[in-house]
Design a protein around this ligand. Structure first.
Ligand code: ADP
Ligand code: MG
Length: 345
């Protein structure tokens, strides 16, 4: 979501993504590689790579940007826009049924299903709690000297207003039954957007690799029939080096890690993925990447966030139970644990 992103964070993200794509495409010099990069959507860096001819690529990039731009407004929980009923408006109108764009209804319904699938580890109804951590992180970025953690009592109070059962989707309406609750779709929105863009580019007949801030999706092959290869950044060396590389063959790969969005208080680092069980940042995993074959990028996005919360043990079990999904956990020690037959190269 377009909350404030520190310039250094944006640069690090851009460097990481650029490195991943350079790496992905280094082996095929014959046809010209084309890249489009978008900085203005979902508070992240989005890169589209393809070897199609210039006219087709320009058309594909324009179509992709249009979708990202409109979904970014719809799914924004921090700002409202003229003539758009977005999630910020749904949150503001908590307690009342709101007519929404079908994309919002679809995303929120999916969010309810992911709560079940992930055993509550991903809860889009946790907006009240997530907001407190988000504000603490933004304050820390703006004024690191005075960084502080959210107030314990405020967290406990917010946690009373996070019931997924109070999120009701009927047709193209959403009702948040608890007036004190709010939605935060940060764990799944980029995956949803990547799926929608991929669908459109597929219809246009373009082979591509899309990286929407860590949700990577490919369609078709590179020239010469080679697979697209994604690099999984080494969480211990932001911007340099890879923990692994993996072929993403008409599949989705989502990575969740807290190394890009975190803040420090009294020498301890706090990430942006919150464990609903403790109301504190999940610890124990440096990054987790989930590969989904025949499943959406949104599901990969939900599963990677869930695995980050649950850790390699329970998260690994979750992955084993999802047909088409596999995962690579990178621990803070650098140790890697694969689940479900993750095809690391
Ligand atoms: P990123 O946005 O960095 O790619 P994720 O897909 O893992 O990473 O989503 C993290 C975002 O999801 C957070 O910024 C926050 O908005 C939201 N979030 C954090 N923890 C949870 C959780 N347990 N359940 C649902 N959403 C969460
Ligand atoms: Mg996610």
């Amino acid at each position: 979501m377009p909350k404030l992103m520190k310039k250094s964070t944006a640069r690090t993200l851009a460097a990481l993504l650029a490195a991943a794509f350079l790496f992905a495409c280094a082996c095929v010099p014959e046809r010209e590689k084309r890249t489009a990069t978008f900085f203005d959507y979902f508070d992240t860096v989005i890169t589209l790579v393809s070897y199609s001819d210039k006219a087709a690529f320009d058309e594909a990039a324009a179509a992709a940007e249009e979708i990202f731009s409109s979904l970014n407004k719809l799914f924004d929980i921090y700002h409202e826009y003229d003539n758009v009923v977005n999630l910020a408006a749904v949150n503001r109108m908590a307690g009342e049924r709101t007519e929404v764009d079908p994309a919002i209804a679809e995303l929120v319904s999916a969010g309810k299903e992911y709560f079940e699938l992930t055993r509550g580890a991903v809860n889009i109804a946790m907006g009240a709690v997530l907001r407190l951590w988000h504000d603490a992180r933004i304050n820390a970025e703006e004024d690191p000297e005075h960084a502080s953690l959210p107030d314990e009592a405020a967290l406990a109070e917010a946690a009373k207003h996070c019931s997924i059962d109070d999120v009701i989707v009927e047709g193209n309406t959403v009702l948040l039954r608890d007036p004190e609750m709010s939605l935060d779709v940060g764990a799944i929105a980029k995956g949803y957007a990547a799926d929608r863009v991929a669908e459109k580019l597929g219809e246009m007949g373009v082979s591509f690799m899309l990286n929407c801030g860590g949700a990577v999706l490919t369609n078709g092959k590179k020239p010469g029939g080679e697979d697209w290869i994604a690099g999984i950044a080494d969480p211990a060396a932001a911007g340099e080096g890879f923990a692994a590389k993996v072929a993403v063959d008409s599949a989705a790969l989502s990575t969740s890690g807290s190394y890009l969005r975190s803040f420090t208080v009294d020498g301890k680092t706090y990430g942006h993925i919150i464990d609903p069980a403790t109301l504190r940042p999940a610890e124990g995993t440096a990054s987790v990447s989930v590969l989904c074959v025949g499943i959406s990028a949104m599901t990969a996005d939900a599963l990677s966030t869930a695995c980050f919360v649950l850790g390699a043990g329970i998260g690994g079990e979750l992955i084993e139970g999802v047909e088409g999904a596999s995962a690579l956990f990178v621990l803070p020690s650098g140790e890697k644990i694969a689940s479900g037959g993750f095809p690391e190269r």
